[in-house]
Ligand binder design. Structure first.
Ligand code: GDD
Ligand code: MN
Length: 407
């Protein structure tokens, strides 16, 4: 799923049947040798699957498992931690708990980052008829989980229950002014996608029926942090939701992973939802960065050609290399943030990027001159050249520069 969007396998016709089985567990007809039903081996799966995305959360794992066990009592549940190979060894800690308690599992992803994609893949690794997502740092109030579950079980026409910081009675406790303002702005932007009058479309805390996941999974963008917005925008009809207010607590241990780049991820999610069907969001990002690269090119060129009075070719060559390096660095930090190259891999990536873009530049020149030769003026010629160059650079660097890491 490294391309951001989940692959699109054919929709399963058996889905309805499977859901039925999941919501009303009954012995499957498994026969060991064709005669004896394997009843002895049967132990039905849990009713509630709780997914916890983690990155550097080792200090919080034990506390969260303890609190889940406490508030869920003897209900049938499991918890899957989806860890993106945290350097602090979160996955090892989770596996220690898993070894002692079969309700706990660890899904460790290597070479990947992202809260949304982690949550989605975690959900897909389970089979409970009800699935919940909650953060590891205990900012979300886990005591709402039993209530969420009861609500879904009692009200057949509720698809999803959302923990809300902004519903009456909810609160964001000690957020600073900037973070609170950013969050409110994001909420307003999300109205384009989330038709419902949801008070907290940014929430990372919710529980839903498995059918909601199955109905949206092939359309999810899986970009960044805002999985709830993604779900609402991807489900084929408006989701019927309920909100439960809670007080967003202070992070228990460790650090928040939210930074200003999250805003970029959010814009990418919005773009992918709005135009992703026709143009990949990554291509748009790549093009925006490319446009900024043109400005960098001219800045460097001006300094070298006019300021330092070097020859035209020298200015042009250095400006080209500078712009490529700028494009590479920014794309690596933003467009391919989830597959960011570091250290020696960064250097190898830079070489492949410069090589690929040089060929892209040649293609640009070639096509532009050809179209110009048709005598329709410079604009269509330049536009055609830029388009072929951008598409080439995007496609080739996607495979050569960033595609390698996943292999
Ligand atoms: N697997 C994985 N990969 N997990 C991640 C990643 C990642 O790249 N980044 C963050 N996480 C995990 C954290 O370890 C934590 O369990 C959870 O996702 C939330 O990350 P925080 O860094 O604590 O985010 P926050 O507290 O600022 O915001 C959270 O709560 C908000 C309110 O519900 C997020 O869930 C927001 O999406 C949400 O709006
Ligand atoms: Mn948090």
């Amino acid at each position: 799923m490294s391309g951001g969007r989940l692959a699109k396998p054919k929709t399963s016709r058996k889905m309805k049947h499977e859901l039925h089985v999941a919501e009303h567990p009954r012995p499957l007809e498994t026969r060991v040798d064709g005669s004896i039903p394997a009843q002895a081996a049967l132990r039905s799966g849990p009713e509630l699957s709780i997914i916890v995305p983690t990155f550097n959360e080792r200090e919080n794992i034990g506390e969260l498992i303890g609190r889940l066990a406490l508030c869920l009592g003897n209900r049938s549940w499991e918890v899957v931690f989806v860890d993106d190979d945290s350097p602090d060894g979160t996955a090892d800690i989770v596996r220690e708990y898993a070894a002692a308690d079969s309700r706990v599992r660890c899904l460790q992803r290597v070479g990947r980052r992202g809260l949304s994609s982690a949550s989605i893949e975690g959900m897909l690794s389970t089979s409970g008829p009800y699935v919940a997502v909650i953060d590891a740092d205990l900012q979300h109030d886990e005591r709402l989980l039993p209530q969420m579950l009861d609500l879904l079980k009692q009200e057949a026409d509720t698809d999803i229950v959302v923990g809300s910081r902004y519903a009456p009675g909810g609160d964001v406790s000690d957020w600073d002014v900037r973070r609170a303002r950013m969050s409110r702005l994001a909420v307003r932007l999300s109205r384009v996608l989330v038709p419902a009058e949801l008070t907290d479309p940014m929430s990372g805390f919710f529980m839903m029926r498995r059918s909601v996941l199955q109905g949206s999974v092939h359309r999810l963008s899986a970009i960044g942090f805002k999985i709830l917005t993604d779900l609402f925008a991807s489900f084929p009809r408006p989701l019927r939701y309920k909100e439960l207010a809670y007080r967003f607590r202070v992070r228990r241990a460790g650090e928040s992973k939210v930074d200003s780049v999250m805003a970029w991820d959010y814009v990418m999610l919005l773009l992918d939802k709005l135009v992703g069907r026709w143009i990949p969001a990554r291509f748009l990002a790549f093009s925006i960065v490319g446009a900024a690269g043109v400005a960098v090119h001219f800045a460097i060129f001006t300094v070298i050609f006019q300021g330092m009075h070097r020859r035209f070719v020298v200015g042009q060559a250095l400006a080209t290399l500078g712009a490529m390096t700028f494009n590479y660095t920014v794309n690596n930090a933003l467009t391919y943030r989830d597959m960011r190259l570091r250290g020696l891999l960064w250097l190898r990536g830079w070489v492949s990027f410069v090589l690929a873009c040089s060929i892209g530049g040649a293609a640009n020149l070639g096509l532009a001159s050809m179209v110009y030769g048709l005598g329709r003026g410079w604009f269509p010629a330049a536009a055609a050249g830029i388009l072929i160059g951008a598409v080439w650079n995007y496609a080739v660097t996607m495979m050569l520069t960033w595609g390698r890491k996943s292999r």
